[in-house]
Design a protein around this ligand. Sequence first.
Ligand SMILES: [Zn+2]
Length: 85
Amino acid sequence: MKTYAIYVCYGPEMREHSRRFWAIKWCFKCRKRLRHDAVFMVPVEPHWYGPHWEVKCSGCGEDHTHFPGTWDGPTLEIDYGMEEG
Ligand SMILES: [Zn+2]
């Protein structure tokens, strides 16, 4: 019998730096239109995976604004035009 180890990459520990209102969008997980915030996430420790904007639903705290299966990249681009602060 073989033993397999499964490694899941969780990435660095991130913390929320700031958030601001982004849009009222349909959430495919919550199945309703909810407020979504643009959240600026920064790594707790210095890491190659740098600070970036994420979209977070006010219901589930995740980004389900894309129709399931049609994910084509981050909802927010790095140069989204929002500065920190
Ligand atoms: Zn949601």
